[in-house]
Design a binder for this molecule. Structure first.
Ligand code: AMP
Ligand code: ZN
Length: 490
């Protein structure tokens, strides 16, 4: 069955039929994390959205080269061209080598992605491993007349570029509006125009992350690394570039300008942007502290959570929203997702017990195509999940002998459910290896809750209170609600 995949292209602002540059092959680049702290659940949502894209493309039979970088230098505070490097700042505060910071949070990122059962990318290059490529790119941009050097730093000349190209093509902005809305900021005095952005920055004496270059001992600008690494591994023109919505401007806009300046062609056919995960109605962010860490979710150790949730439940919750929609995380929504996910797993286990009939009374192949239709419509995972619940209805109806299926239809039903739930959505029916501790803890605390309930029923309030207080002193808080008692790890 040949599938026609449509992708929403942020550049054209339309859904477009996906036609790869080389038939059967896909080149995809996704901006990776800046490894100066633990990834929060918002970061994870973006990476899991692209894991879904990667998995579905592979499921359709494409050979995908998926490049996702690690930003380990050049990303300054406030995403600006001045201020401290985020990694250097963390190193200074924690009295570590910058590369110790990078190592610690790269390992954390990999561990979390593995817990979420996200597939590793084909190539995971680092900014510091590609300084030479970045210097070569700057030389090329200078030669093309789109960059200038001032006091050892090199800036991209947005005004010169905009004379021949449209700076703002991705984010729908135009330079005149940008000029009207820009105020001069301290520390930007080297630039010819405030809209210009740094390709190379001369390092101040105290800046420890520095490399030699023709212009100064310094470091590359943040936007440059992605152009250098995507070009190196995917070529000057590749299929898909992804990242979070907040990277559209200036980061991706600058990537387009750098690549066009060097290669005289648009670098990417399909730009994809994943929307933000919110907490308390605000964007989840490392810098503001408004975030949940994945491990807090897996242990239940966060004040907004009444319990622990497995990585698959968290993923299922995220995939119940489309990747281009804003999603608000809450304990109630996670609990509802857990219920739904368990229902799905329960139904899958029932398939092997279904009795085959001579004839099918429902069309499994039509249902199967509707699962593909959902994913072919810009990776619409909530519609896919709704279709999987249609599959659950079929399973239950056959079980209750209200519908019939042939043996072959039962096989198709089973294969399709398994393919979409486990291969495409990348969910697991037991997250044993990372939740063993939580499961043991949950069982033990639930036993104590039962004992407390019994004590209270027997009017032995002293024992009931002792259980509650002892648990609290061990960092476990009980909460009595109308549906019973839950607990959270403090
Ligand atoms: P960073 O490590 O800050 O460079 O971010 C890594 C990725 O996470 C980028 O693609 C961001 O766009 C994305 N991101 C950051 N915050 C959120 C959020 N609240 N929800 C979804 N994605 C996010
Ligand atoms: Zn990037």
């Amino acid at each position: 069955m040949k599938q026609q995949l449509y992708i929403y292209n942020s550049l054209s602002k339309k859904k477009e039929l996906f036609i790869p540059i080389n038939e059967g092959f896909v080149g995809m680049y996704v901006c990776g994390p800046t490894v100066y702290s633990n990834v929060h659940l918002g970061n994870c949502r973006t990476f899991l959205s692209f894991d879904l894209v990667f998995r579905y493309l592979q499921h359709l039979g494409y050979k995908v080269r998926y490049v996702r970088n690690i930003t380990d230098a050049g990303h300054l505070e406030n995403d600006a061209d001045y201020g401290e490097d985020r990694i250097a700042k963390k190193a200074r505060l924690e009295q570590l080598e910058p590369m110790e910071v990078v190592q610690r949070y790269t390992v954390d990122f990999h561990t979390i992605m593995a817990k979420f059962n996200a597939l590793p990318p084909s190539i995971e290059p680092t900014a510091t491993g590609h300084i030479i490529e970045q210097i070569e790119l700057i030389k090329k941009i200078i030669d093309e007349g789109y960059a200038y050097e001032v006091n050892g730093s090199v800036y991209f000349n947005v005004h010169a570029y905009n004379k021949k190209h449209h700076y703002g093509v991705l984010s729908g902005r135009n330079l005149d509006d940008m000029i009207a809305n820009t105020r001069e900021l301290e520390g930007q005095t080297d630039k010819k125009n405030p809209q210009d952005f740094a390709l190379w920055k001369k390092a101040e004496p105290q800046h420890i992350m520095r490399w030699p270059s023709p212009w100064s001992d310094g470091f590359p600008g943040w936007h440059l690394e992605c152009t250098a690494m995507s070009t190196k591994y995917l070529g000057e023109h590749f299929d898909i570039h992804g990242g979070g919505m907040d990277l559209k401007f200036p980061h991706h806009e600058c990537e387009i300008a750098q690549a066009e300046a060097c290669n005289h062609q648009a670098p990417v056919n399909y730009w994809m942007h994943a929307n933000m995960l919110k907490l308390n109605g605000k964007k989840m962010a490392k810098s503001t502290g408004n975030n949940i860490l994945p491990n807090e979710l897996f242990s239940g150790n966060n004040s907004i959570l009444s319990k622990a949730y497995s990585p698959s439940v968290a993923k299922f919750f995220m995939f119940q929203a489309h990747y281009r929609s804003i999603l608000d995380v809450s304990d109630e929504a996670l609990t509802a997702s857990e219920k739904g996910f368990n229902k799905l797993l329960q139904a899958i286990r029932e398939i092997d017990n279904l009795k085959a009939s001579e004839k099918s009374s429902v069309s499994v192949s039509e249902w199967k195509q509707s699962c593909y239709d959902a994913m072919n419509d810009d990776f619409n995972s909530p519609v896919l999940i709704a279709q999987l619940f249609e599959g659950v209805k079929i399973i239950n109806a056959v079980k209750e002998e209200k519908q019939t299926l042939t043996q072959q239809a039962i096989e198709t039903l089973k294969d399709t459910m398994n393919a979409f739930i486990f291969d495409v959505l990348g969910l697991k029916d037991n997250d044993e290896e990372c939740t063993t501790d939580n499961k043991a803890l949950t069982q033990a605390v639930n036993l104590l809750i039962e004992m407390r309930n019994k004590a209270r029923a027997d009017k032995d309030f002293a024992t009931g209170d002792k259980i509650r207080d002892e648990l609290l002193s061990a960092g476990i808080q009980l909460k009595d609600g109308k549906d019973g008692t839950t607990f959270s790890v403090l």
